[in-house]
Structures are given as structure tokens and as C-alpha cells.
Design a protein around this ligand. Structure first.
Ligand code: 5AD
Ligand code: SF4
Length: 443
């Protein structure tokens, strides 16, 4: 039997899809295309309404494939499956199953049961079993691998559906994460991304308060990862700013393999809006944390997530967001237009900012970002940086590209010693508004 998985949403979903694919292959399935597969799985996202509409549109559209292949099994998993459950079966008559976020380990037996009796099924009961049973990876991975170290979230930001669709935060054991990392490295992986909705809450056993200074099980995990022979780089996403304590900053500074790029979701620069979002920090304390991290690691770069048009956001609130973004000087930012999510607290508030205003604010922040990135890239001209080679550039087959620890991509002409997943030095010789170009230095 052939399978095909289409993934929507975040890196956690990408990672889940990889693990689901590995479980299917272990059971004898082989990868196919959307047209020739016997199992089509949609791993969905609920974080914004647009993500759900996109997935539903696509699932509706593939109804015709079932007319061609009556044995085809179509399933939905992930966040939208968890949020809508039975409703999806009713809305999409050609759908065979809905598998929730806490039941993904059930995929293979579920598909086998459906193949035998053709009965439709919904499984959305949360189960802790999912935590340690989603460890499968591509049998032939690239230089880069991802490991989910926690599942779920306990923060309940008022706009966010994640705690409802992914449940309470649970952490894996350190031993199983280290074993998974070593397995990846043995298969040739050189860089590992650690994933969690609030990754710095790792190991806090669901305690809803940020850890006290000096205490960070996540920092301890990074230190242990740093000792894995053959692993070159470690990245992680996303830490909630209040969990980024002195202990974690020290680990970031002292672990040579941990990259100097921090994704630190800001969401808003207005204290009034942050409060309405149930974010447990102020613009000032956010800036103070950035300064503390910078003081320890001067070259560090920051990226962030921001929401524009949260209920009640006035022009003055937006300008505070704009100001703090410029103050931090983020090298990358993902800007989202607020989308009310039924079930999340803020959905009870009037969605007061008109769409064109959300769009305008979105555009202003993106224009600021573009200008800032241009200036930042220009400032790197002449510098020599170390990059992890990622292979042939997407846009120009004559060039290769590599990424710095601070997450800048550099393009260059390869030499005969170039190998994917190795570290090399490059001198930056040319810069345009969006890219860096360099000269590979001899080893
Ligand atoms: N509307 C818009 N953006 C949202 N995000 C989460 N929930 C919403 C929502 N209801 C954004 C946040 C989060 C990112 C993954 O998605 O910025 O950090
Ligand atoms: Fe990821 Fe959140 Fe979307 Fe779920 S709802 S896929 S956790 S971004």
C-alpha cells in the first residue's frame, strides 16, 4: 500500500508527519503521490482560520480520487482533527477517519481496521502514550533532524487554540531524547532542532510558573546534547520569554554547539494588549531579557512572532509593537493578522480591528523588517563566518549555500571539498537586499 501525507502548520506538525510516515513504513507502506496512494493523510493546523479553510478546501477537492479508487482511505489528523472531531466526518462525507493529536500513535492499527471493515472512525481521546511513541524518523535523513521534546502547552494565551487542541504540556524523558539524537547522528544528521510549544518549559512537569533563576531542566538537556559526538549544531524553538532564565542563558553561552539565534515570540509591544493576551511579561521585561541575552552572547540574532489587530488594538498599541521591534532589531519576524479561534478566550471579545487595518499594520511591520534586514546584511560585508553546508542553492545550481549559527544564509561557489553537513569558513564579499554572497576559504 502507498501513502501520502500533506502537512499544514508548524514545525511540530512537520515532525509529527515524519514520525507518522516512519510508522507507516515500518508497517509495510511505501511513499506514493497524492494521485496513486491508497492512504491519504492530512496533518492539519488550527492556529488561524485560514489554515483550517485551506485544509478543508483541499480535502473537499480530492473527493474525486475516491471515485477512481474505491479502496482509498482518507484521514485527517493534527490540530483541526482534534478541534472538530466528529463534525469533520459530517462535513466531509468521503472522509474515513479523524485522528486527534493525542492518538497519533494509533494510526497504523486504525488504518488496518478501516481497510478490513470500511467503517468510519473518530479517535480524539487524549492519551499520554503518544508522547514516547512518535520517535520515528526518515530512514535516510538529511543533515538536519528535528526532535519533539514536549507536547502540548500550559500557557493559555488568550488568542491561542494550542492548549485546547494539543492538551496539557508533557515532557519526554531526557534519556529517550538523547537516545533519539544519537540515533539521528548515527544516520548522518549534523544539526538537530529541538521542538516544543514552550520548549524552555521542558522538564518542569507541567508547573505553570516559569522556573526560578538557577533552575532549567531544558538547559541541562542542552548541555547533555552538546556532548554528543558527531553532532555539530543544536537549535530549538520556541522559548517563552519568561522561561529564558540565567541558567538557560549560561547554557546558550557555554555550549559550543548551541546556535546563536533565538526565536523569542513577542506577540505585541503594548503592555495593555499583552495583558489582554494573557502574556506574562511587559515590553520592558522583554527588552531587559533581550539585553541580558545579548550581553552574554554579543553576536546573537533574534527572530519573533507578532500578532497585529488583536481585539482592542489601537494605533498607539500598534506603534509600540513597531517601536519595540525596531529596538530589538529582529533579524527575522513572522507577522500574523489576528484570527479569532472559537474556544480560545479572546474569541469572546469583538474582533474590533477591520481587516484592511490589520493588513496595513502587517505590511508596515514587514516593510520595517525588510529595511532592517537589508541594513544588517550590509553590515556583514567583509566578515568571515562559519557556515554549515546545506547543499546546492535553491535558485542557482552553480552555487551552494550554508547557514551561520546566527541563521544567516550565505551563497558561494563550491570547491571540490564541499560536502553537505560540514562546517566551512566563508568570507562575505557581496550583499544585496535579501542575500549574502561569499567566497569559500580553503580548509
Ligand atoms: N491569530 C493570529 N495569530 C495567531 N498565532 C497564534 N494564535 C493566533 C491567532 N488566533 C500566532 C502567534 C504564535 C504563532 C505560531 O501564531 O504569533 O506565536
Ligand atoms: Fe502547530 Fe499550533 Fe498549528 Fe497545531 S495549531 S499545527 S500546534 S501551529
Amino acid at each position: 500500500m502507498k501513502y501520502f501525507i500533506r502537512t499544514y502548520g508548524c514545525q511540530m506538525n512537520e515532525r509529527d508527519s515524519e514520525a507518522l510516515g516512519a510508522a507507516l513504513e515500518k508497517a509495510g507502506f511505501i511513499p506514493g503521490t497524492e494521485e496513486d496512494s491508497d492512504l491519504l493523510l492530512f496533518n492539519t493546523c488550527s492556529v488561524r482560520d485560514a489554515a483550517e479553510r485551506k485544509a478543508k478546501g483541499k480535502i473537499g477537492y480530492i473527493r474525486k480520487l475516491k471515485q477512481k479508487n474505491p479502496n482509498l482511505i482518507i484521514g485527517v489528523t493534527g490540530c483541526m482533527a482534534q478541534r472538530l472531531g466528529e463534525e469533520l466526518l459530517q462535513e466531509l462525507p468521503h472522509l474515513d477517519f479523524v485522528l486527534g493529536t493525542g492518538q497519533m500513535q494509533r494510526l497504523v492499527p486504525l488504518v488496518q481496521e478501516i481497510a478490513a471493515d470500511r467503517k468510519r472512525r473518530v479517535e480524539t481521546e487524549p492519551s499520554a502514550e503518544v508522547l514516547e511513541s512518535m520517535g520515528g524518523h526518515d530512514s535516510n535523513p538529511s543533515w538536519h533532524g528535528q526532535i519533539a521534546i514536549t507536547r502540548g502547552c500550559n500557557r493559555f494565551c488568550s488568542y491561542c487554540i494550542v492548549p485546547y487542541v494539543r492538551g496539557r504540556e508533557i515532557s519526554r524523558t531526557k534519556d529517550s531524547i538523547i537516545a533519539e539524537a544519537k540515533e539521528l547522528v548515527a544516520k548522518g544528521v549534523k544539526e538537530i532542532m529541538l521542538l516544543g510549544q514552550n520548549v524552555a518549559a521542558y522538564g518542569l512537569n507541567g508547573d505553570t510558573r516559569p522556573p526560578a533563576d538557577g533552575h532549567s531542566p531544558f538547559a541541562e538537556l542542552l548541555e547533555e546534547m552538546n556532548e554528543i559526538p558527531g553532532l555539530l549544531r543544536i537549535r530549538f524553538t520556541s522559548p517563552y520569554v519568561s522561561y529564558f532564565n540565567d541558567r538557560l542563558i549560561a547554557a546558550l553561552k557555554n555550549c559550543s554547539k548551541v546556535c546563536h539565534n533565538v526565536h523569542l515570540p513577542l506577540q505585541s509591544g503594548s503592555d495593555r494588549i499583552l495583558k489582554a493576551m494573557n502574556r506574562q511579561y511587559t515590553a520592558e521585561s522583554y527588552l531587559a531579557k533581550v539585553a541580558e541575552i545579548r550581553a552574554a552572547i554579543p553576536e546573537v540574532t533574534f527572530s519573533t512572532d507578532v500578532i497585529v489587530g488583536f481585539p482592542g488594538e489601537e494605533e498607539s498599541d500598534f506603534l509600540m509593537t513597531r517601536e519595540i521591534m525596531n529596538k530589538v532589531g529582529f533579524e527575522q519576524a513572522f507577522v500574523f493578522k489576528y484570527s479569532p479561534r472559537p474556544g480560545a478566550k479572546s474569541a469572546l471579545l469583538a474582533d474590533s480591528v477591520p481587516d484592511p487595518v490589520k493588513e496595513e499594520r502587517n505590511q508596515i511591520l514587514l516593510d520595517d523588517l525588510k529595511e532592517r534586514i537589508g541594513r544588517k546584511l550590509a553590515s556583514l560585508k567583509g566578515e568571515t563566518v562559519e557556515v554549515l553546508l546545506e547543499g546546492v542553492s535553491a535558485r542557482n545550481a552553480a552555487r551552494w549555500s550554508g547557514r551561520t549559527s546566527t541563521s544567516f544564509v550565505v551563497h558561494f561557489e563550491p570547491d571540490e571539498k564541499c560536502a553537505v553537513g560540514t562546517l566551512r569558513k566563508v568570507q562575505i564579499t557581496q550583499v544585496n537586499a535579501v542575500s549574502l554572497f561569499g567566497k569559500l576559504l580553503a580548509e
